[in-house]
Design a protein around this ligand. Structure first.
Ligand code: NDP
Ligand code: MG
Length: 391
């Protein structure tokens, strides 16, 4: 039986993954090693019991007793805390999903990358803050990194059987988020509630707000550069409000291959779960007569500075991405806590890059988890000070 682990199983990506695993026979089909969550102990325990996981881990050390109680009478081993997460990721598997949100997913992702098999990556933040490190770890241990992000899954699918030298450009589609047509002046007063409402996709709170600022697309540009070793100048953003085309690849002969599908993450997750096969998936089938049309617009880096900052980070290289990602996470926390406004998020990230980016960019050799975390922490510290002075 294929051994699998799901990191972040209680989240939006995680629950969709568990849904597919369950539909494919659950514990009858898979040997489930580790499932992990943080705050949602009830759901974690329920998933672990149903799939007969070896271990269930909450990232929150303070919730150990709750998890132990919730698992009482089952064979599932409870564990808690960041070290326990990494220890769970060190347990050998054939397939692991990196579905924790934020830089917190980096250490478990690196541990899971050390035992071969497939690492299905939803946690784009780990490629943004430590792309070179994660890729080198996969290469050293013969682990295949498969994208779960819908855009990157689309590109991966469009590239199957193609020669790398025939690739001319990658076109990453963006819905544009809930404020696609808004002026900057109007965006100034956006509340967290408004920013959480994504027009097409149902996702976790953080990525939904990142879609509203277009920081999600900013992370995805870097993710594409890292995953496909693509020069940044050859990666474009195309605003496509319907989110039907998940992304495209343009080739040297002018041909473009696009991957289309409904806005249901089970498409991309299922592709990674069943890879290299395709298996039937419980997603809606597209009806082109009902769709009638697909629209496209250019990106607007003036109203959405996140895209401009992302390109700056790619030019800088080194560990500039660690500064960028951490500042973005801290800015989002401050926005959710009503301490800064919607537009301040990009201002904070730009200020962090100005203050720390060129120093971080010099770190291009011997990148380790520790030196990534040095810049991650420095950036969060900068964000706290910035928030205190600008709030
Ligand atoms: P959610 O917020 O829905 O889920 C996050 C998961 O991580 C939950 O299991 C949560 O546990 C756990 N978690 C939260 N904080 C920590 C922590 N400090 N340490 C360890 N685990 C933690 O996020 P999503 O599922 O939306 O996103 C997960 C990842 O996938 C992100 O990197 C996102 O960018 C990416 N992604 C998501 C897409 C989507 O459609 N949602 C699409 C493409 C990419 P709990 O809930 O129990 O607190
Ligand atoms: Mg995406």
């Amino acid at each position: 039986m294929r051994r699998i682990s799901v990191f972040g199983s209680t989240g939006s990506i995680g629950q969709n993954t568990i849904d597919l695993i369950t539909r494919q026979g659950g514990a009858q089909t898979y040997d489930v090693v580790a499932l992990t969550g943080a705050s949602n102990i009830e759901l974690l325990a329920q998933q672990a019991r149903a799939l007969r996981a070896d271990v269930a881990v909450t990232a929150d050390s303070a919730r150990y007793a709750d998890l132990k109680d919730a698992l009482a009478g089952s064979d599932v081993e409870p564990a808690a805390g960041p070290e326990a997460l990494v220890a769970a990721a060190e347990r050998p598997t054939d397939w692991a999903l990196s579905g924790i949100v934020g830089a917190a997913g980096l250490a478990p992702g690196l541990a899971a990358a050390r035992h071969g098999g497939i690492l299905a990556l939803a946690n784009k933040e780990s490629l943004v803050c430590a792309g070179a490190l994660l890729k080198a770890t996969c290469t050293r241990h013969g682990t295949q990194l498969l994208p779960v992000d819908s855009e990157h899954s689309a590109i991966f699918q469009a590239l199957r059987g193609e020669e790398p030298r025939a690739i001319e450009r990658m076109l990453i589609t963006a819905s544009g988020g809930p404020f696609r047509t808004w002026s900057q002046a109007r965006m100034a007063d956006v509340t967290p509630e408004q920013a959480k409402a994504h027009p097409n996709w149902s996702m976790g709170v953080r990525i939904s707000i990142d879609s509203a600022t277009m920081f999600n697309k900013a992370l995805e540009l870097i993710e594409a550069k890292e995953l496909f070793n693509m020069p940044p100048e050859q990666i474009e953003v195309v605003v496509h409000p319907q989110s039907i085309i998940h992304s495209m690849v343009g080739f040297t002969d002018g041909a473009i291959i696009a991957q289309l599908g409904p806005s249901d993450m089970r498409g991309a997750i299922g592709f990674a779960l069943n890879y290299p096969d395709r298996q039937p998936l419980p997603v809606e089938r597209l009806d082109f007569a009902a769709l009638a049309r697909l629209d496209f617009e250019p990106e607007d880096p003036e109203r959405f500075p996140a895209l401009r900052l992302s390109r700056q980070v790619m030019r800088m290289g080194g560990l500039a991405g660690a500064v960028f990602n951490a500042a973005k996470e801290a800015a989002l926390d401050a926005f959710l806590a009503d301490r800064i406004g919607f537009l301040d998020m990009a201002r904070l990230v730009e200020a962090a890059l100005d203050a720390l980016g060129s120093d971080a960019a010099k770190v291009t050799q011997d990148i380790t988890l520790d030196n990534v975390l040095v810049y991650d922490q420095a950036s969060r510290q900068f964000a706290r000070q910035w928030t205190a002075t600008n709030a």
